[in-house]
Design a protein around this ligand. Structure first.
Ligand code: 2AM
Length: 174
């Protein structure tokens, strides 16, 4: 199964992101990520043997132990890829807390023999895919404060019309 580990954003920030997404809808052609799929990926494992989910859940518990809720703010809009088919995202800033958490999780994954995408971590939540940002202006993003409290192992299913993310295990930072 296709797996990834993500930080979940607080409700208030999800609402602000939804508003930004709705304003983008008027300005930018492309595919919109439904608000229920907003998250900050900490480690992308990709295809992984399903029989190892229990082991992964335990590993995630261990990696998150000792972390308190992480204060985060929504930052600037940014993009990956070509301007006509960009992945458009909003930055999530945390004073180093998210980076430390991603690092702790990735180190445990490596130690446990799990492979993951080793691209450097850039905290963001994706709002659009295949976005044409070559013309027009992007809306000003809104700022919002809150704390990340939940870290979740998700299964990603791309087989249907819409991408479906199913939570398999959640750790609450305390
Ligand atoms: P993205 O939103 O920047 O595309 C599920 O696909 C999540 O894993 C997404 O948040 C996606 O980030 C992230 N991800 C990280 N590396 C990935 C990769 N190599 N392939 C697909 N998704 C990846």
């Amino acid at each position: 199964m296709r797996l990834f580990i993500a930080a979940e954003l607080p409700q208030e920030q999800l609402e602000v992101l939804s508003e930004t997404s709705a304003r983008l809808r008027d300005a930018v052609p492309g595919r919109y990520v439904p608000p229920s799929n907003f998250h900050v990926t900490l480690a992308f494992l990709g295809e992984t043997d399903g029989s190892r989910v229990a082991e992964l859940a335990e590993l995630l518990d261990d990696a998150c132990a000792g972390f308190e809720p992480i204060p985060v703010t929504l930052g600037a809009l940014g993009s990956f890829g070509k301007a006509r088919r960009a992945t458009l995202w909003q930055a999530v800033e945390s004073d180093g807390g998210l980076e430390a958490l991603a690092d702790a999780i990735r180190r445990r994954l490596a130690h446990g023999g799990f492979s993951y995408d080793e691209k450097g971590f850039l905290a963001h939540t994706t709002l659009m895919r295949s976005a044409d940002i070559s013309r027009g202006e992007l809306p000003m993003p809104q700022v919002a404060w809150g704390s990340v409290e939940d870290v979740t192992l998700f299964k990603s299913d791309l087989s249907g019309k819409h991408t479906v993310y199913t939570p398999l295990h959640t750790v609450r930072l305390a």
